[in-house]
Design a protein around this ligand. Structure first.
Ligand code: ATP
Ligand code: MG
Length: 137
C-alpha cells in the first residue's frame, strides 16, 4: 500500500469539478484518506514548484496556483503514485488518454486540473508539507 499527494488545481475547483475528479480517483481504486480546501500562499506555490523555478512558465504557474483555492489530498492504494498518474493523464490534455482526468477536464498544459506526485520521495515530502502525520489514518 502506497500513498501519493494530489492537488485539484484552481481551474478545476473554480468549475466545481472536485466531485467529478474524486469519482475518477475512487473508480480507479484509490482511497481519499485526507482532503482539505486551502488557498495556497505565493511562498507555498513557489516552494512546491521549486524544481521548475528556471522554466519560462514558472511565474505563470505560480500565479495560476494562487488564483483560486485548491483542494489538497492524500490518496492511498496499491501502486498509488503510478496509478494516479495514469488516472491524471499526460500533462498536455491534447496528449492525454481517453477517460483520464486531464483529457476530460483540463483546459491547457498549464491549467491542467490536477497534480500528482512523481516518485515515493516527492510523495512523502509533499504529504508532509501539507498534512501533519496525525491527520492521516
Ligand atoms: P504536476 O507536477 O503538476 O503533477 P506534471 O508532472 O504532469 O504535472 P510537470 O512537468 O511536473 O508536469 O509540470 C508541472 C506543472 O507545470 C504542470 O502540471 C503544468 O501545470 C505546468 N506546466 C508544465 N509545462 C508547462 C508549459 N509548457 N506551459 C505552461 N505550464 C506548464
Ligand atoms: Mg510534475
Amino acid at each position: 500500500i502506497q500513498r501519493t499527494f494530489s492537488i485539484i488545481k484552481p481551474d478545476a475547483t473554480k468549475r466545481n469539478l472536485t466531485g467529478a475528479i474524486n469519482a475518477k480517483i475512487e473508480a480507479a481504486g484509490l482511497r481519499i484518506i485526507a482532503q482539505k480546501r486551502i488557498r495556497m500562499t505565493r511562498e507555498q506555490a513557489e516552494t512546491f514548484y521549486g524544481v521548475h523555478r528556471e522554466r519560462p512558465f514558472f511565474g505563470e504557474l505560480v500565479e495560476f496556483m494562487i488564483s483560486e483555492p485548491v483542494v489538497v489530498q492524500v490518496l492511498e492504494g496499491e501502486n498509488a503514485i503510478a496509478k494516479y498518474r495514469e488516472v491524471m493523464g499526460a500533462t498536455d490534455p491534447d496528449e492525454a488518454a481517453d477517460g483520464t482526468i486531464r483529457k476530460d477536464f483540463a483546459l491547457s498544459k498549464g491549467e491542467n486540473s490536477v497534480h500528482g506526485s512523481d516518485a515515493p520521495e516527492t510523495a512523502a515530502e509533499e504529504i508532509a508539507y501539507f498534512f501533519a502525520g496525525l491527520d492521516l489514518v
